[in-house]
Design a protein around this ligand. Sequence first.
Ligand code: SF4
Length: 257
Amino acid sequence: MKDLSQPSTPIDDQLQVAQVQAVAETWSPQHVLSWAFRTFGKKVAISSAFGVEGMVLIDMASRISKNFRLFTIDTEFLFAETYNLMDRIEEKYGITIERVYSTLSPEEQQRVHGEALWTSNPDLCCNLRKVEPLRRKLDELSAWITSIRRDQTSVRSGAKRIEWDAKFGLVKVNPIVDWTSKQVWRYIHDHDVPYNALHDQDYPSIGCTHCTRAVRPGEDPRAGRWPGFNKTECGLHIIEPLAASSQVQAATAEGGD
Ligand code: SF4
């Protein structure tokens, strides 16, 4: 097992991925979480915007570890219902959510980039309020745990349970990547897990107030995100292939069996 008292290098972490990636596809979500906590200690955290999938992970994690790390990117444009859920999570699970903000306040953003940037350039707005703060947070970690599922978007369809995140340069752990929405909701109900009140008002996917609407009957569950724009992702889970995979292949060839 990895010595957690010693700082790991990106190559060490990529080797961890190479060693377990195939077998991890057969692991349960709880097994994946246990592996991540055991392997990375305080250098791994759950990232969540508190959708139902994230709530499943938070509940599972609370049954495995009493002091797991949980962070969220607070764009300062979230729904009151989301802030209310954050309070309930902290109370129920006895944890403090690490809240990460943009370096620009909403007022500063308006001054620098003009009014309602989310209508003129949502990619820039997401970069300023989500991607840059996430990059800053991930810089302090060796691994992050996400609640993405393969059937949510085409970008996510190839995700593995444990993978190297070349975009941000750390290990990415996706414990429920192969779950369906039905499985998620079954877990929520079976374990009495709190969830965002907006889900009961036709909001299957919830982000910022400016860019989220309720979906109509028959619409795709993510149709309520960035309505009017050809945009399905905020950029957090978009894969940018780098030289990392060739690096780990070389390292595995040198030291692997
Ligand atoms: S979801 Fe909308 S308001 Fe939120 S950061 Fe992205 S563009 Fe801005």
